[in-house]
Design a protein around this ligand. Structure first.
Ligand code: ADP
Ligand code: MG
Length: 683
């Protein structure tokens, strides 16, 4: 059965439609079969005409009591008839379907489903669906799938092409799960599952189908992930890290005490460095939980033992900021910290390469520049990556290849629950900083619509007049870079006009030269700029404690994780901070998101909601989360299945079952599934 045929073989799918479908990730029949409903609607029971609800969709059953007439009005034909049940009668009207005149004859019995309205002095059911009475009786208990849609793709169209695909496959799909797995986990057969997910007989059969498909998805994920990581476990520790000359001095020099959570995590890292195995650890901590100092401590004790250590950050702004804060605490201890970023001159870079090679540099902090070919360390023993979700597998591997299996430490500002982290990070050990430094104020958060803009501008001025600074995040109208530029720039111009000219407004965006970005960020850091209008370039890591107001335009364009990250740029100093989310969206999920942002500041709580609220098509969610997006599985709701699938995957790989004949199709499926996703998973 070839399900890799293009969607254009289906009725109603031309070039234009197929382009639209491609935007939804649908190219083949197979993709359609795996395009699962996001929810189901139960068919409504029939309403008596006397009980009709105005301005709502009603289902009525009755006998046509007026031969349909066609009335021509301007360019359209309106067909008008009347239907009666034992409680009353009602007009029904249809547009541009003149042929209905022959169908809607006196005495015929139908079920009509449509919105009832009072118009032109009569009560009428408008453009109802006409359903055969017996068909409706059969349908009444069935669940009707609701598919996630985008513009130009209607529910009817989606349903039709999925039904066509099901008809095409005629239950001939190969079940790739071996029988023994299906039996031991009580899983439905594949064709049954696919059919029932799209056309469930009832609630139970839908759940049975869903369980099978969720299991598939998690199993494939776990297998793929474990395959990727297989080579990276249990490497012996090549380094002798037993001195910690500067640890205490460093801790004593800080103007604060580490929180208990920081102390615990630091202890875990220190133990790793001194153990017989190479460290492979991820530190998860919400924005502002104080991960940098933990990294600095690790860098320090490695350097205390005469090895080199390196920290890589995703942007130049962030690398510089780390460099500055780490230098400030380590230089007094006599530790030599250097920076390596793309915008340095060739000569500067060359000098740094030289000093790295001969061991003059103890600690290197930089961007992707540190994994360039020319970079050679004398004895790299620790590689730290900050904001892990910004780097791909390859880049992180490149960094560790700069040493002889150095210790690996990954910092992540994506808080996810521990059980989940253990699976998603696979063979890495997980440390969690689940406590904020004391004295942090809650960032007051509000959601408003665009009609509040003028008032917000006065709020901005008030903040600036009291010495504070402001971020404004501007919409990225399209993915297109040029539009992105325009919107940030024109917004900046607009706000300069509106606001007192004593206030300095600048913008920053992703397409600017690193040098210009840095200079803007530096000026903002030094309080030479009052308002920074920005795309999401500032999202990661930046620390300007004097900034107390974050305004996010078109807030509906961000997922919860993204909003949380952005908001984390304020509330970093001693002043009360605010976040204003501006949106005109009436979408329910958006509203929920905004409510959650206003209510919670704890990243772990927000991340749980984020995972629950993210639906297919939520393009921002995934990237900013760094977690894989599942089609049908829900990491929270289906946590048990995720765990089961994870154990099974490990067992399959341990016993090398994928090479067995019964596992042939599963093996193929993993390859297919992971070709597509391997680039998405930044682990
Ligand atoms: P993130 O986890 O987001 O990387 P940072 O490391 O940038 O957070 O820390 C945010 C701020 O909190 C910094 O200004 C840092 O100096 C401060 N900080 C870190 N740990 C503590 C602590 N235990 N007590 C008080 N302030 C702290
Ligand atoms: Mg940080």
């Amino acid at each position: 059965m070839n399900t890799n045929l293009p969607v254009t073989v289906l009725k109603g799918v031309g070039d234009k439609k197929s382009n639209t479908l491609e935007k939804m990730g649908i190219k083949t029949i197979d993709n359609l079969l795996n395009y699962y409903p996001r929810d189901y609607e139960k068919n409504m029971p029939v309403n008596k005409i006397s009980d009709i609800k105005m301005n709502e969709v009603n289902v009525i059953e009755g006998i046509i009591c007026l031969n349909a007439q066609n009335i021509r009005k301007r360019n359209i034909v309106i067909t008008k008839t009347k239907i009666r049940d034992d409680t009353g009668e009602i007009f029904a009207i249809f547009f541009s379907q003149p042929y209905l005149k022959n169908k809607l004859k006196i005495g015929n019995r139908y079920v009509l489903k449509g919105k009832v309205q009072y118009k032109y002095n009569i009560i009428q059911i408008v453009s109802p669906e006409i359903i055969d009475v017996n068909n409706y009786k059969m349908r009444i208990n069935r669940l009707k799938p609701i598919y996630p849609l985008i513009k130009d793709v209607s529910m009817n169209f989606m349903t039709s092409i999925i039904q066509q695909s099901l008809n095409y496959t005629k239950d001939q799909l190969k079940d790739f799960l071996p029988d023994d797995i299906r039996n031991s986990y009580n899983l439905a057969e594949y064709n049954y599952a696919i059919n029932q997910i799209h056309n469930p007989d009832n609630n139970e059969s839908m759940e049975v189908a869903r369980k099978r498909l969720v299991f598939d998805e998690f199993l494939l994920f776990a297998l793929g992930l474990n395959l990727i990581k297989e080579h990276s476990t249990d490497i012996p520790n090549n380094y002798n890290i037993d001195k910690s000359t500067n640890e205490k001095k460093l801790l004593d020099s800080l103007p604060y005490k580490l929180t208990n959570a920081q102390l615990k995590v630091w202890d875990e890292i220190k133990n790793d460095l001194q153990s017989s195995k190479t460290m492979n650890r991820v530190v998860q901590g919400d924005v502002g939980s104080g991960k940098t100092i933990i990294a600095a401590l690790a860098l320090t004790i490695v350097s205390d033992n005469d090895y080199q250590a390196c920290m890589m950050a995703p942007t130049e702004v962030l690398a510089k900021q780390h460099f500055e804060s780490v230098t400030k605490i380590l230089n007094p201890l006599g530790i030599n910290v250097e920076l390596l970023v793309g915008s340095m001159t060739k000569k500067q870079k060359e000098e740094t390469y030289e000093k790295l090679k001969n061991g003059e540099i103890n600690i290197l902090i930089g961007t992707h520049a540190v994994i360039q070919e020319k970079v050679e360390f004398k004895n790299l023993a620790l590689a730290i990556t900050d904001e892990q979700h910004r780097f791909g597998v390859k880049q992180r591997e490149n960094l560790s290849n700069k040493g002889n299996s150095p210790h690996i430490l990954v910092m992540s500002a994506t808080p996810i629950p521990r059980t989940l982290a253990l699976i998603v990070y696979g063979d890495m050990d997980v440390s969690i900083i689940d406590e904020m430094p004391p004295g942090r104020q809650k960032i007051e958060t509000y959601t408003v619509n665009t009609s509040y803009r003028e008032r917000i501008y006065s709020f901005i001025e008030a903040q600036i007049n009291s010495g504070r600074q402001v971020y404004i995040i501007c919409p990225m109208v399209e993915e297109s870079e040029t539009l992105e530029l325009e919107s940030v720039i024109s917004y900046t111009e607009k706000i300069r006009e509106k606001i007192s000219n004593k206030i300095k407004v600048e913008y920053i965006h992703g397409k600017m030269k690193a040098k210009d970005k840095n200079s803007i960020m530096e000026r903002f850091s030094n309080n030479e700029i009052d308002i920074l209008v920005s795309t999401t370039v500032i999202e990661v890591g930046v620390n300007v404690p004097n900034a107390t107001l974050m305004i996010i335009e078109n807030a509906e364009r961000f997922g919860l994780a993204g909003l949380h990250q952005l908001r984390g740029r304020v509330g970093r100093g001693k002043h009360q901070s605010y976040c204003v989310l501006i949106t005109d969206s009436k979408n329910n999920i958006t509203k929920k998101r905004m409510e959650i942002m206003c209510k919670y500041t704890d990243g772990f709580i927000i991340s749980e909601y984020d995972l629950k609220l993210r639906g297919p098509g939520d393009i921002f969610g995934f990237k900013q989360h760094g977690l894989p997006e599942f089609n049908i599985g829900d990491i929270f709701r289906d946590m048990d299945i995720l765990k089961e699938a994870n154990i099974l995957a490990k067992d399959i790989l341990e016993k090398e079952k994928l090479f067995q004949e019964e596992y042939k199709y599963l093996n193929k499926k993993i390859k297919k599934y992971f070709d597509k996703r391997i680039n998405q998973i930044s682990l």
